[in-house]
Design a protein around this ligand. Structure first.
Ligand SMILES: Cc1cc2nc3c(=O)[nH]c(=O)nc-3n(C[C@H](O)[C@H](O)[C@H](O)COP(=O)(O)OP(=O)(O)OC[C@H]3O[C@@H](n4cnc5c(N)ncnc54)[C@H](O)[C@@H]3O)c2cc1C
Length: 461
């Protein structure tokens, strides 16, 4: 019987397994993921009920062919039964609730496997190495066990953020520095007598600020990022704008795309509308546009436009935005543009040296804690305790020039080797395709990938 190993059981790994249960004849699926995050990954296993999805309910179905699947599931819950469906469809619900949904989707689909002769084994472990041979793949686990499969899916998703590049690298084991911002420990038991420094200024910064508040922190919070852009709220969820898309053509250069987007943003601003619907209208086309760019254009995008794009794309619910703005008005949250220079431990406290871009000066501040919210690391050379780094060193995988992901055939999901050929038995999806597709992060994209990948892997009788 064909054996398929899936490394990582977050959204991508568990939905690939569910799609296989539906599409495949008898086979064996071995899913490896630590118990606590099984089905949910980091994103949907939050430490607080108050951490919200950044996509509305109506767009979070796990299945592309059943767009209302999540909404229907929500509306059946007693807490939502009497609520207005349209309102809920356009609301940002909690990520914890979405995690419950994914567990329920798993529990409902899992029994079908036995009926179809599909054996599923879930292993509460971490894969530390991968040995790829022409017809087999061996997954080596944290406990030393080795599991041989015929085909292997790398669904490892989000890696913890990269440590800021500082002079005093010996600082890093410091107990008041949190490289992983997605765990409760990062925001719990923080001394309010000194400020907290958050590195990064995106969606995780917002979650972290609210998490600190929820856990009793009452001091000042500093957040630093290269541009210090203000995070934006969702304002026009109901507006549709299709004029830009009508003007998109094949093989547009980055300059042409930039000019077109700028022109349409100017147009909507004349109606008192923000760039939001213009940027959203590009979403179904970004993968194609990215693929059409040259390597030099991609590099230019990353150095000049990525931050701007991030702000326009990654918005937060309006009421969450108001909370953040209130903290800024009250002098409790300071968002700065600049760069971390060094961290020095000083008697249980940390002196942060940073370059303040606005004032053109290097400054220092004493803080009780540093939380790294710079976003998932994609450069596998920096990812410790991961089989991916080993695979990279062995030439079993290669990264794109910008180190955004793993080079992969985006039609078959087969992973590329250093010699330029593709593995017949190793596949990947999700965030690992960022270099190939740029937008390969949200449920919206991943649900399609899980379905297509299952088509590639399924056993046909
Ligand atoms: C904080 C946060 C909030 C988000 N909110 C939204 C949202 O509201 N809407 C949206 O559409 N998208 C959101 N996203 C994007 C999100 O990444 C995807 O929606 C989705 O969770 C990605 O699923 P995944 O399975 O690819 O990765 P992950 O969720 O990261 O899951 C990967 C799994 O693989 C496991 N793993 C990794 N390495 C190994 C190994 N070596 N051995 C065994 N297991 C391993 C991990 O423990 C994890 O459980 C959010 C992301 C983050 C980080």
């Amino acid at each position: 019987m064909k054996r398929i190993g899936i490394i990582g059981g977050g959204f991508s790994g568990s939905l690939t397994a569910i799609q296989l249960i539906h599409k495949s004849a008898a086979c064996e699926i071995i899913l490896i993921n630590e118990r606590e995050t099984f089905n949910k990954g980091f994103a949907y296993n939050p430490y607080s009920d108050k951490q919200l999805l950044n996509v509305i309910t109506g767009k979070m179905s796990a299945f592309a062919d059943q767009p209302d699947h999540f909404l229907d599931w929500v509306m059946q819950k007693s807490a939502f039964k009497d609520r207005d469906r349209t309102l809920i469809s356009n609301s940002f619900l909690s990520r914890k609730l979405y995690g419950d949904y994914l567990v329920d989707v798993w529990n409902k689909n899992f029994p079908l496997a036995a009926e179809k002769g599909i054996k599923i084994t879930i292993i509460d472990q971490f894969v530390v190495d991968l040995d790829i041979a022409p017809t087999t793949v061996t997954m080596v686990l944290d406990n030393g066990e080795a599991i041989e499969v015929d085909q292997c899916v790398i669904a490892t998703g989000n890696q913890v953020p990269r440590n800021p590049n500082i002079q005093n690298t010996a600082f890093y084991p410091n107990k008041n520095y949190f490289q992983n911002p997605w765990i409760l420990a990062a925001v719990k038991d923080v001394d309010s007598n000194l400020p907290v420094m958050i590195v990064g200024n995106g969606l995780t910064m917002v979650d972290t600020v609210l998490g600190l508040k929820e856990n009793g922190f009452n001091g000042e919070i500093f957040s630093i990022s290269p541009k210090g852009f203000n995070i934006l709220p969702h304002r026009h969820n109901g507006l549709k704008y299709d004029k830009l898309v009508e003007e998109l053509t094949e093989n547009m250069s980055l300059r042409e795309i930039y000019q077109l987007v700028s022109k349409h943003i100017k147009t909507v601003r004349e109606y008192g509308v923000s760039a939001e619907p213009v940027i959203d209208s590009l979403r179904p086309h970004t993968q194609r546009l990215w693929k059409g760019l040259s390597e030099a254009e991609k590099a230019l995008f990353m150095s000049r436009l990525r931050h701007l794009w991030g702000v326009a794309r990654h918005r937060i619910p309006l009421h969450t935005h108001d909370k953040i703005q209130q903290l800024r008005i009250d002098g409790k949250l300071h968002i700065q543009s600049g760069r971390i220079v060094d961290f020095i431990e000083k008697q249980n406290r940390i002196e942060v040296h940073y370059f303040d871009k606005k004032e053109g000066l290097t400054k220092s501040i004493l803080v009780s804690r540093i939380i790294n919210c710079t976003g998932p690391e994609t450069d596998l050379r920096n990812v410790e305790k991961s089989f991916l780094k080993n695979c990279l060193l062995k030439g079993d995988i290669v990264q794109d020039a910008l180190k955004l992901g793993i080079n992969t055939n985006t039609d078959t999901y087969q992973v590329k080797k250093a010699d330029g050929s593709y593995h017949s038995n190793v596949f990947t999806l999700g965030g690992n395709l960022k270099g190939e597709l740029w937008e390969s992060t949200a449920v919206n994209e991943l649900r399609i990938q899980t379905e297509r990948l299952a088509e590639q892997l399924k056993v046909v009788v």
